[in-house]
Design a protein. Sequence first.
Length: 56
Amino acid sequence: MMDLKTNVHKWRYYAAQQHENKYVQDTTNYLLDKSALNKIIAMWSKQTKEEWRMEK
């Protein structure tokens, strides 16, 4: 009986760790994507400003 309780406890702990790991990975990927998007927007903004200056 004690083995069963121990195994259930270990399984719940393992499942909680996996859930937390998935959350951390999703958050990391989100932040990396956001950073890449911000770089693209900054480059586009800089190019657009340069084009506007050349038109004047």
